[in-house]
Design a protein around this ligand. Structure first.
Ligand code: ASP
Ligand code: MG
Length: 406
């Protein structure tokens, strides 16, 4: 008998019709002999609605009270689902994070799961009751309610799957799997049958926002096979797991991108080791995340220092840099807030060379100027002008033979 944790996202439970359809699916699985633990998001739009209500009352709502409010969204979907399953003659029980014993730290709004105690869930399963657990929430040792950050239901599902040693954690959503790139940019994008945790981490952090990144991290840490699939259409989805059969990994599995990048360059700063810290400390103190960093020596003793930030942080970063630039005697600060980042990702890169050269040749043939480069073991990212994003993604997708029938 297989044990599955099945998580359904906001659009999958976005209306009573959808709840009935999902209940049919769960009922089929349960009648087929599977043990199922269900984790739900709030109905589509509900979490945003609650957030707006809070901000209408207060510009700066207290994090504890905000969690009290935000955690109500999932209470609606789970209780309706339990009723829908009971109507179908199945035993089901809705559980808040607290009741399901999802224990977290005390960071309201971005809590991390410390432990899921399994006695409650196992007790229900033993009596053939389907637990319907509210995603996105937990409680602290002191009994306070917490939420896990937007998209956190994915992480609830993975944590429960890890604790129960489930055979698979299945994330049902409105897409039928993870694609080689965003099909809205490249219609020839292909759904992948399988992908590794490492690759998925790179793809989700780079903008293929199918899963909350923390859930992928968690699944990797506890080795929980994770499957992304559609609650609207049939299909096997995409399985995310540890290494594919060695040697068979494609060189490049997917192409990710981020639209909203900006770069800042301090031109003509002293070529000294301490300069990087002097430039980046005020930026990180302000909570701004720095992505790519390039340091190039120019004339003797001088260097240019470039880094990228999200476009939302661009003007703040720019004003933080002005005094630093002056102190370091920089000639000037160059900036560009119309960049994007395109990355090719693949575990196959670990053992093969030639990906970088093929990438640069392809972009060169299209006349796309690469402004910054960064690499990891399984990824090469370039910053280019945003107007070239679609062209770059499509030409790389074809250069690495990622399309369905190539
Ligand atoms: N309802 C929460 C959100 O909208 C959590 C989730 O859906 O995963 O972010
Ligand atoms: Mg989600």
């Amino acid at each position: 008998m297989a044990l599955y944790v099945q998580k359904f996202g906001g659009t999958s439970v976005g209306s009573l019709e959808r709840i009935e359809a999902v209940a049919d699916r769960i009922a089929r699985g349960a009648r087929g002999g599977d043990q199922i633990v269900v984790v739900l998001s709030a109905m589509a739009g509900e979490t945003n609605r609650l957030l707006q209500l809070a901000h209408q009352v207060s510009a700066d709502p207290d994090p504890r009270e905000l969690d009290m409010l935000m955690s109500t969204g999932e209470q609606i979907s789970i209780s309706l689902m339990a009723m829908a399953l009971q109507k179908r003659g199945l035993k089901a029980q809705a559980l808040l994070g607290d009741q399901a014993q999802v224990l977290t730290d005390a960071r309201h709004g971005k809590a991390r799961i410390k432990e899921v105690a399994t006695d409650k869930l196992n007790g229900l399963l033993a009596q053939q009751v389907i637990p319907i657990v509210a995603g996105f929430q937990g409680r602290t040792n002191e009994g306070e309610l917490t939420t896990l950050g937007r998209g956190g239901s994915d992480t609830t599902a993975v944590a429960i799957a890890a604790a129960l040693k489930a055979d698979e954690c299945q994330i049902y959503t409105d897409v039928d799997g993870v694609y080689t790139t965003d099909p809205r940019v490249e219609p020839k994008a292909r759904k992948m049958d399988a992908i590794t945790f490492e690759e998925m981490m790179e793809l989700s952090s780079l903008g293929a926002k199918v899963l909350q990144i923390r859930s992928v991290e968690y699944a990797g840490r506890y080795n929980v096979p994770l499957r992304v699939l559609s609650s609207f259409a049939p299909g096997e989805g995409t399985l995310i797991m540890y290494d594919q059969v060695n040697g068979n990994a494609p060189l490049v599995s997917g192409i990710a991108f981020n639209r909203d990048e900006a770069s800042l360059t301090l031109v003509g700063v002293p070529d000294e080791a301490s300069v990087a810290a002097q430039i980046l400390t005020p930026i990180s103190d302000a909570g701004i995340e720095v992505d790519m960093i390039v340091h190039t020596t120019t004339v003797a003793g001088k260097a240019d220092f470039t880094f990228t930030v999200h476009r939302n942080d661009f003007s703040q970063a720019k004003s933080l840099l002005a005094p630093v630039a002056q102190r370091l005697g920089a000639q000037h600060v160059k900036s560009d807030n119309s960049l994007c980042k395109v990355s090719v990702v693949g575990v196959g890169m670990k053992n093969h060379s030639g990906v970088a050269s093929r990438m640069f040749q392809t972009l060169g043939q299209e006349g796309i100027n690469v402004q910054l480069i960064s690499t990891s073991e399984i990824k090469i990212s370039v910053a280019i002008a945003e107007k070239y994003l679609e062209l770059a993604v499509r030409s790389l997708h074809s250069a690495f033979n990622l399309a369905a029938d190539e």
